[in-house]
Design a protein around this ligand. Structure first.
Ligand SMILES: CC(C)(COP(=O)(O)OP(=O)(O)OC[C@H]1O[C@@H](n2cnc3c(N)ncnc32)[C@H](O)[C@@H]1OP(=O)(O)O)[C@@H](O)C(=O)NCCC(=O)NCCS
Length: 205
């Protein structure tokens, strides 16, 4: 049975985050295509590299040990998409890398936060202890969201990407994922709040 995680936007609309289905291909590709045209760039993709629906379906990752593809729905419409892939080697399988895109018309409403919160639920289920990503230094909204969810800057890949208009630095970020959910931790300690409760318990990180 496919999972669905309800959330409420900042302006009170009810949405769900769920596992992506094959039939979400066109909606997700439209969201990514829209973002790929933004300048300054926010996405690490060239328009000419965009997948066709068939490629998207092939790369969709069911909720499972290798990764997950998620969508967010508002009013029955897909408005956001997240893909996470777990490291494949014995020494990297504790870690997963993700990419996320939310349709421009619904940004700043909490959809991105809901997708990442669900991603971290997936990560706990599979014993993943590190979540990582790359973000362009000028992408203040994405960087602000990640920071507020407990992701920390690790360093900068100088000219980590090259676009037709020039080199692009990439800020690497990561978060240690505790095996205890924020809700469980809040119950145990009597505290509230996602970030507060989600620090590594062993002090590592
Ligand atoms: C980045 C993105 C996925 C975030 O999704 P979203 O639904 O807009 O995110 P949310 O509404 O959940 O959160 C936005 C956060 O950014 C903050 N924010 C908005 N503008 C900001 C700015 N200029 N500087 C700092 N923080 C900012 C908001 O306050 C909010 O933080 P909060 O939850 O702590 O209040 C989405 O905006 C997007 O798809 N952007 C284009 C593609 C992209 O950048 N993808 C990520 C590539 S790394």
């Amino acid at each position: 049975m496919a999972r669905a995680f309800p959330f409420v936007t900042r302006d009170g609309r009810k949405g769900i985050v769920r596992e992506a289905r094959s039939s979400d291909a066109r909606s997700c590709l439209a969201i990514v295509a829209e973002a790929s045209r933004e300048r300054p760039r926010t996405l690490a993709v060239l328009e000419k590299e965009l997948w066709k629906p068939r490629d998207w379906r092939k790369h969709r990752i069911p909720w499972g040990p290798h990764g997950v593809s998620l969508v967010a729905e508002l009013g029955g419409e897909v408005v956001g998409h997240l893909n996470a892939e777990r490291g494949r080697r014995l020494v990297t399988r504790h870690s997963a890398e993700f990419g996320i895109t939310v349709a421009a018309r619904v940004r700043d409403a909490g959809v991105g936060r809901a997708l990442i919160t669900t991603l971290e639920t997936w990560a706990r289920e599979y014993g993943i202890t590190r979540m990582a990503l790359g973000v362009f230094p000028g992408n203040a909204r994405a960087h602000g969201l990640y920071r507020s969810m407990g992701y920390e800057d690790e360093g900068i890949e100088r000219a980590g990407m090259v676009f037709p208009e020039g080199d692009q630095d990439v800020v690497r970020m990561s978060k240690r994922i505790s095996s205890v959910s924020p809700e469980q931790q809040a119950q145990a300690t009597g505290t509230r709040g996602y970030d507060e409760g989600d620090r590594p318990r062993d002090g590592g990180g």
